[in-house]
Design a protein around this ligand. Structure first.
Ligand code: CP
Length: 347
């Protein structure tokens, strides 16, 4: 469900939120971070419950939501979809222990104050886009806010933590250069959600955005269109290139990670084409963020990765474990950004 105010709104993609709203969210996140560091109580969600439905594994997302709800005075309830009746789309109740999302969402709406969901990839039989359909189906039936903990399209909480980290380090973002680059990983099925969400949010802050990837790793045209519309409205620029060196030149931020190639996934193909994915990826093992490439960026540049990462493939150890790495600041900010999202939506 959607309203014009914060209360009870869903958080599925930041594309649904204005720049002003995102600035409010970042302001609240910064205040909550200060309260946390000072040990100051901030129980804005006293006795409230967040239901977290996980169809996929997680370290950072689960623990930041769970710790966040505790710190806000409420409780986060972990629901492994295999240990409940796996919530399914209409007509997809193939699993023995399954029930329609319409029933799960309406039941949980009577008992708590928010439903957070993670769903993509293997959880939806490797059909790209179906994780987002699950998210939308929950949102359709839920009377309480639905928060996207990552689907195949978006990872908006990661996007908010990323922009919070960038803002903390750079201050005013107008004109600062952010490179979102594909990088090689042996796992060829990582979602596009992080790249989509990073560009969706950064394009609202007037940054000079560069998307770099080899041919075949294009982001979804709908997201690219949204990014271009944001840049037209909020300033900055947006370039796409297939040269990682050129992309890194003079960058303020280098965000290099792997994502999958959509043309090998259903519904474009009949079934997931693993060998096609592998062959495409194997041709681009040189797409790694190393010290030489960081040397092309500004001296003050820093490296981002949402984690978990493939060390020695996506990024060298000298970069991710070195002084230019901001990946643990980024991971920490998941906590503060999500506490802001929950405080505003679930109050
Ligand atoms: N970045 C991220 O979402 O991490 P997890 O998969 O560990 O939750």
């Amino acid at each position: 469900m959607k309203t014009d105010t914060w209360k009870n709104r869903d958080f599925i993609t930041t594309l649904d939120y204005t720049r002003q709203e995102l600035e409010t969210l970042l302001g609240v996140a910064a205040e909550l971070k200060q309260d946390f560091l000072l040990g100051k109580p901030h129980d804005h969600l006293l006795r409230k419950t967040l239901f977290m439905v996980f169809y996929n594994a997680s370290l950072r997302t689960r623990n930041s939501f769970e710790a966040g709800m505790t710190q806000l005075g409420g409780h986060a309830h972990f629901l492994d979809q295999e240990k409940i009746y796996s919530p399914a789309l209409p007509g997809q109740q193939a699993a023995r222990h399954s029930e329609e999302i319409a029933d799960t969402a309406r039941t949980l709406s009577r008992m708590g104050h928010g439903i957070a969901i993670r769903c993509f990839g293997s959880a939806v039989s490797w059909v790209w886009g179906m994780g987002n359909q699950v998210m939308q189906e929950f949102a359709k039936w839920s009377d309480i806010p639905v928060i996207n903990m990552e689907d195949d399209w978006y990872h908006p909480c990661q996007g908010m933590a990323d922009i919070m980290t960038i803002k903390e380090k750079l201050g005013d973002l107008q004109g600062r250069k952010l490179v979102m680059s594909w990088a090689y990983a042996p796992d060829t099925k990582k979602p596009l959600s992080v790249a989509h969400s990073m560009l969706a949010v950064a394009s609202k802050f007037g940054m000079e955005l560069v998307l770099a990837h080899p041919a075949g790793y294009e982001l979804h045209p709908t997201v690219l269109e949204g990014v271009r519309a944001n840049v037209a409205r909020h300033g900055g620029s947006f370039q796409i290139m297939d040269d990682m060196d050129e992309a890194c030149r003079n960058a303020d931020v280098v965000y290099a990670k792997s994502w999958t190639a959509l043309q090998y996934w259903p519904p474009t193909t009949d079934k997931l084409d693993d060998s096609g994915l592998q062959a495409l990826a194997d041709g681009h093992k040189d797409w790694i963020c190393d010290g030489r490439r960081m040397g092309l960026a500004k001296k003050s540049a820093f490296y981002l990765h949402c984690l978990p990462c493939n060390r020695d493939h996506e990024v060298t150890r000298e970069v991710i474990d070195g002084p230019q790495s901001a990946v643990f600041d980024q991971a920490e900010n998941r906590l503060h950004a999500q506490k802001a999202v929950m405080s505003l939506l679930m109050r």
